[in-house]
Write a protein that binds this ligand. Structure first.
Ligand code: C2O
Ligand code: CU
Length: 545
């Protein structure tokens, strides 16, 4: 195994990602940032310099389990103090599984400002995937807002609530088009940053396309005009191959699909991302699937495909159900669990402020990171009453607006028995103000992969025999999974990674408004944390020369 060393500088720069000029957070001048390419069991070292002038920063390595290094998970308030302007912080962790992962800012709404990138971990020499391809390509799908993170965050945390709204554009690997046909001082239509992203292919070759989504809000459908995609990997795990025309992908998910360049080679084709699950005003994202030797900038002669209907849940649930563990690659889950936690997802009010909650508790991060507070028994740092393991499912009507939408705020965490098997049932419900409205939430677990045991419509019946609905034979493992409108999703994981781990909705504004929880397990087994993670809250005195 090797050491892969990276030196990154994070700063604001004016960019015209979708031809509209605004500030973006870049790594070494780029958004998306550089792709981390490594082999299984390599150690990745990222020396991160914060040159943001007035903002803190942290970076989370999304999908990397951080076995033995929970303090390098990069979650502000949970695993470390944020890196203050001018400081350099060194992340050091092992990438212990092959596959496609992501990284992104995990502080405030900074992810929205473009601080993101991909991690591709390849197999050791001599080993190969259970599928073949000629070339490897990767793209990150995002949505893009023209307001600054400050404006968006202030709107969310004001009494006069100002929702972030629909994004202005969808970007495919950092490129989009907002300005076509518009005239504005900020529209820089000849800027090469906003000419569509190009994926060049050689006729008849097969491509592994790694696709990751780091949208702030949007659930997406992605497709390449005239080409089928064979899904082979999800969140770093091999799945039984299945063919789709369009791929549904939620924020925090990664997939690998195989695409054969088997269409007429005399032209280019459109690659399209489209918002689903919300009635959105955001125009579709467009890239060019370029058949060599056609000119990469040559527009395809066709109108881009319009994609699936935004409000059709059926094909989205079907994709979830089509995904099975590839035989011989994912161990089946323990057949029973030690604990079941049901998590009702709701939108609420606290003292007039709009929030999102789990079992009526909205999350507040403490100023002193949990990892330090738990290790050093600083009990005053966070609420010691454990959060609820469920909600009043007998009496709560998930199909209507809640009679009482008031919630409480808490910083308490779930203590999990080390090595125990935990089931989580995510239960969706109606939103606070609008009848017949329920949203899609992609939930992401830090530090673990989980088995996706099942999805369903309506209210999950805790008293029924769960085996009726669960796939305990060949479920896939993931680190991010969606819960569909008015539906439930059940997952299972083993609490075998000593540390403190966030589990939250990956919609950035929802997490910001409290839609998350924190698990703690096996902290007593951990050695000393590096002092570099201290410096804030009650840990200020720790920072000794
Ligand atoms: Cu990719 Cu806690 O998030
Ligand atoms: Cu959400």
């Amino acid at each position: 195994a090797r050491i892969r060393h990276f030196k990154w500088e994070v700063k604001y720069e004016y960019k015209s990602q979708d031809c509209y000029k605004k500030l973006a957070i870049t790594i070494n001048g780029k958004t998306p940032g550089p792709t981390i390419e490594a082999r299984v069991n390599d150690t990745v070292v990222v020396e991160l310099k914060n040159s943001l002038l007035t903002e803190n920063v942290v970076i989370h390595w999304h999908g990397i389990r951080q076995k033995g290094t929970p303090w390098f998970d990069g979650t502000a308030g949970v695993t470390q103090c944020p890196i203050v302007p001018g400081d350099t912080f060194v992340y050091k962790f092992v990438v212990d599984r092959p596959g496609t992962y992501l990284y992104h800012a995990h502080y405030g709404l900074q992810r929205e400002a473009g601080l993101n990138g991909m991690i591709c971990v390849s197999l050791p020499p001599g080993e190969s995937e259970p599928y073949t391809y000629d070339h490897d390509r990767s793209i990150i799908l995002t949505d893009w807002y023209h307001k600054s993170t400050y404006e968006l965050a202030t709107g969310l945390s004001s009494l006069d609530f100002d929702w972030v709204g629909e994004p202005q554009s969808l970007l495919i690997h950092g490129k989009g088009r907002f300005c076509s046909g518009l005239k504005s001082d900020l529209c820089d239509a000849i800027n090469s940053e906003c000419s569509p992203y190009v994926i060049t292919v050689v006729p008849r070759k097969t491509y592994r396309l790694r696709i990751g989504s780091l949208t702030s809000l949007a659930a997406l459908s992605f497709e390449i005009e005239g080409h089928n995609m064979t899904v082979v990997e999800a969140d770093g795990h091999n799945v039984e191959p299945f063919v789709v025309k369009n791929l549904f992908i939620y924020s925090g998910e990664t997939y690998s699909v195989l695409i054969k360049a088997d269409q007429a080679p005399t032209r280019n084709y459109w690659a399209v991302s489209k918002v689903v699950s919300r009635k959105s005003t955001t125009p579709n994202g467009l890239a060019i699937f370029n058949y060599y030797p056609n000119h990469p900038r040559r527009s395809p002669p066709t109108v881009p495909p319009i994609g699936p209907a935004w409000d059709d849940v059926v094909p989205r649930l079907a994709q979830g159900e089509a995904m099975k563990a590839r035989q011989g690659y994912i161990l089946p889950p323990p057949q029973t669990s030690d604990r079941v936690i049901v998590m009702l997802n709701t939108q609420n009010k606290i003292n007039g402020y709009t929030r999102w909650s789990v079992n009526n508790v909205s999350y507040n991060l403490p100023h002193t990171p949990y990892l330090i507070a738990v290790k050093d028994r600083m009990n005053h740092v966070f609420d010691q009453t454990p959060p609820p393991d469920g909600y009043d499912s007998q009496n709560y009507d998930i199909f209507s607006k809640a009679e009482n939408s008031n919630a409480t705020a808490s910083s308490s965490i779930y203590k999990l028995q080390f090595n125990s098997t935990v089931d989580i049932i995510l239960q969706n419900a109606n939103t606070m103000n609008i009848d017949n409205n329920s949203e899609t939430h992609p939930w992401h677990l830090h530090g673990h992969d989980f088995w996706v045991l099942g999805y369903g419509k309506g209210k999950f019946d805790i008293n029924s025999d769960p085996k009726k609905y669960y796939n305990l034979v060949n479920p896939i493992m993931k680190n991010t999974v969606s819960v569909q409108p008015y539906g439930w999703t059940a997952l299972r994981f083993v609490a075998d990674n000593p540390g403190v781990w966030a589990f939250h909705c990956h919609i950035e504004a929802h997490f910001y408004l409290g839609m998350g929880v924190v698990f703690e397990e096996g902290m007593e087994m951990l050695g000393r944390y590096p002092t570099s993670i201290t410096g804030c809250g009650d840990t200020k005195g720790y920072r000794m020369p």
